[in-house]
Design a protein around this ligand. Structure first.
Ligand SMILES: [Zn+2]
Length: 141
């Protein structure tokens, strides 16, 4: 199963894969209200029990843009933009280093690994990713 994301009627990416059971379209909202980042996440379970969070699309959208999602049952999809390893069964052992449930939804770093972390509804972004977003918004019209 794939999710094709369309921006103003044009395809901007196809997320998913045969081994991805759930896909989630997420919107990170700029609190100043003019733009948002749309991306799709999915989780993959490896044979050894390890888990990986994959991300696709990463599309900036602006007020008034039409964002649509189309279900597609055949591939190929796009390669993920990012793959974040999640703790598998071994990683959850007692005493394992766990920076808590709060981590940047973009780069995956925990709140202790970055200078600041900002919460949104169900998502977090770190100050370093904000700087990257700011730079992107400034350089791309
Ligand atoms: Zn980050």
């Amino acid at each position: 199963m794939f999710l094709e994301v369309l921006l103003n009627g044009k395809s901007v990416g196809k997320a998913g894969g045969p081994d991805i059971a759930t896909l989630q379209l997420r919107v990170l909202h700029d609190t100043r209200g003019k733009s948002a980042l749309v991306y799709v996440t999915g989780e993959r379970h490896g044979k050894g029990g390890e888990r990986e969070q994959l991300e696709w699309v990463n599309q900036f959208v602006h007020s008034g843009d039409d964002v649509a999602v189309r279900l597609v049952t055949s591939g190929p999809g796009d390669l993920p933009k990012k793959a974040i390893p999640l703790a598998g069964p071994q990683g959850t052992a007692a005493g394992a280093d766990d920076s808590g449930p709060i981590h940047c939804s973009f780069c995956g770093r925990g709140k202790d690994d970055v200078p600041r972390i900002i919460a949104g509804p169900g998502v977090f972004i770190c100050s370093e990713c904000v700087a990257v977003c700011e730079q992107t918004l400034r350089t791309q019209p």
